[in-house]
Design a protein around this ligand. Structure first.
Ligand SMILES: Cc1cc2nc3c(=O)[nH]c(=O)nc-3n(C[C@H](O)[C@H](O)[C@H](O)COP(=O)(O)OP(=O)(O)OC[C@H]3O[C@@H](n4cnc5c(N)ncnc54)[C@H](O)[C@@H]3O)c2cc1C
Length: 315
């Protein structure tokens, strides 16, 4: 694949390829996953995180997994996060992790989720670590915000949240989050899930305009903001806000996913903007990689073409 393939315009074939991604054999998906995940094991993530840190990046680590249906799975995810925190401390790496609500038991009940994330946060607080509570499909937003409110009350600055600019409700959510008199750390994203027009903006420009309005609300409200994007328009919007009020630079960092727009990431570092890279790992990589490929039609096309190649030709 040419290095700049992702920058070429999307064709109808690319869109078709993206919609056919679920048909691609897992072996091919596994190879494509290498771009987006550190590996299946915690050690892979620690190794990748150490490399990124030595190049001047901040890092957040994420054990992949979502939508669990049993308490055993919640306990296993909790244990893995506790081990992750301990390993990060032992290796003297940055103590910053991300967890998904439905991986931590949100679908089994809000109290289940509060309990599991509290266990992680107790350890996090003892080590001086930070835990980001992420955001998933729209049906989970109310529950996620309620669980976050409970965790924020108990653990303060050790816990953060994610909000999605594509949802119509998010501006109001942002105002409510800054209105609470407590430290606030928000990752602002566009939102990766497909949501209906009744509840979500569908137009890219409108999503971007909402993003920049919400970013202003958060900065003016005193929040620390992880400006999570690979979109130059939003990065320029951030830079305009920083020119307007240079002190906001203390209140933000850019956040980017492993394997996405690395040239932009390097550019931002050269401009001295702090950048945090999201380093996911684990056996549950499949759903994560499908979502990433759907966002990248050129790679989706590559995956579809890979189906018709001999396995050993596919590198
Ligand atoms: C650190 C981080 C954490 C996130 N956490 C969440 C979360 O908790 N909940 C949630 O709903 N969403 C999350 N997201 C995903 C987010 O919602 C967006 O879907 C994603 O960031 C793509 O949007 P964008 O702002 O980069 O803009 P886009 O317009 O989608 O992308 C801008 C440009 O980046 C490039 N690009 C984007 N994606 C890819 C890709 N996969 N491969 C190659 N190039 C690509 C393309 O060139 C594209 O033109 C997270 C994103 C980041 C960076």
């Amino acid at each position: 694949m040419p290095a700049d393939a992702r920058l070429q315009p999307m064709t109808w074939f690319d869109s078709l390829a993206a919609s056919l991604i679920p048909l691609v054999p897992k072996a091919i998906m596994r190879k494509l996953s290498l771009r987006y995940i550190a590996g299946e094991h915690r050690e892979d993530a620690l190794r990748r995180g150490a490399q990124l840190a030595s190049s001047g990046y901040r890092v957040t680590y994420d054990q992949l997994g979502e939508a669990v249906t049993t308490q055993e799975e919640v306990d296993a995810a909790t244990k893995e996060n506790l081990r992750l925190l301990q390993d990060l401390a032992d290796e003297k790496l940055e103590l910053n992790i991300s967890v998904k609500p439905t991986q931590m038991g949100l679908n089994l009940g809000e109290q289940v989720c509060i309990d599991s994330v509290s266990t992680i946060l107790e350890k996090a607080q003892s080590l001086g670590a930070f835990v980001r509570f992420e955001m998933e499909e729209s049906e989970t937003v109310d529950g996620t915000l309620r669980v976050f409110a409970a965790l924020r009350k108990k653990f303060g600055a050790s816990v953060g949240i994610v909000i999605q600019s594509m949802l119509l409700r998010t501006e109001e959510d942002a105002k409510q989050l800054v209105a609470v008199d407590a430290p606030l750390n928000v990752r602002l994203v566009k939102g990766i899930y497909v949501e209906p027009a009744e509840i979500a903006h569908q137009d890219c420009n409108v999503i971007n305009q909402a993003y920049l309005r919400i970013l202003r609300i958060l900065l003016e409200g005193g929040a620390f903001v992880g400006v999570a994007t690979h979109d130059e328009v939003l990065v320029e919007g951030l830079q305009t806000l920083l020119q307007e009020n240079p002190s906001w630079s203390e209140q933000c960092e850019v956040q980017m996913l492993l394997g996405v727009r690395e040239e932009l990431r390097q550019d931002l570092r050269r401009q001295d903007l702090p950048v945090r890279v999201y380093v996911p790992y684990g056996e549950a990589w499949y759903r994560y990689v499908v979502r990433r490929l759907k966002k990248n039609p050129k790679l989706a096309r590559y995956a579809m073409m890979g189906m018709f190649k001999k396995q050993e030709d596919f590198t």
